[in-house]
Design a binder for this molecule. Sequence first.
Ligand code: FAD
Length: 331
Amino acid sequence: MAKDIWTIAEQRNGDIRKVTFEVISEARRLADRTGGQVTSVLAGGPGIGEKAAGLGAYGADRVIVLEDDKLAAYTTDAYCGAIVPVAKEGAPAILLLGASAQGKDLSARLAAALDAGLAMDCVGFDLDDGGNLVATRPIFAGKVMAEVGYQGEGLQMATARPNVLTPAPPDESRKAEVETKPVSLDAASLKTEVVEVLADETGKVDLTEAEIIVSGGRGMKSGENFAILEALADVLGATVGASRSAVDAGWRHHGDQVGQTGKVVTPNLYIACGISGSIQHLAGMASSKVIVAINKDPDAPIFQKSDYGVVGDLFDYVPALTEEIKKIKAE
Ligand code: FAD
């Protein structure tokens, strides 16, 4: 029997997030093999339905819109309360979400409510001969890749690490069928309410969504010295990250920390400056597409994971690199 695949679309302030396109594209690739349909569930505040048909460009056949004031800002209980009844009714075989902060939170609650098996933070998907999902996920801080299967007949759920799957080139002529379903949320059953959202005042792209990251470690020697990384990030359109040592020293905010106890990032380019490459740091950035390390110690472990390495003093190389890129951009 053809197996249908569902995805949960993610939006913030009405803007569809990139991981949504990655997940729908992957669902399309899988559904072309199972012979099933791709349905995406798009929940949000009033007006969100306008974004629904566009998801067809990435491969959704159908979009179920859940529109309600109480869904304008994400809360676990409101989103679960709205999505669970439609997922039970639609009974897909596979349900995929992005492993963003929201997706990680929502998927756990949905899996419990839908009695589904859930593989978190996956970097690849396949199907076995029976059309069942096989998910690849990094374990032991990224040292080992595990292939995860599912037991029983229940719903198979997985979250996909952002920026790893390749979104299909959008086909704007392809529109999804849009179905708006009624949302019935009892206000008394909602335990949380978003009172205020404080936007990041820097206006920089969040680390988990950045295409380029320039990161600094203990080798930066002070918080003030991060100014040279900010300058490089400015010319590259990058976001600045940090190792835990730099965060623990009070040089950077915890939100900038990359690694096992920080953020997991998968940019196209990760430039590590004065970072030794501990296993805990690598756990957060080893799946970056291209890694460049600048470190004065030729034996620093980071070089084993790097595509390009500069053995030298970052205080010489980083400003020189910034100037060279400025020159190239000016040409
Ligand atoms: P160091 O290891 O001290 O390396 C500094 C590097 O800078 C050296 O390689 C040195 O050669 C180089 N350097 C110095 N001066 C210069 C210069 N002028 N030019 C060029 N290079 C220079 N760490 C994380 O990053 N993220 C995490 O999420 C994380 N979670 C952890 C969780 C646990 C449970 C534990 C136990 C640890 C965790 N750590 C984490 C800490 C981790 O073990 C390392 O201590 C940390 O990553 C080291 O940071 P660093 O590379 O900046 O510093």
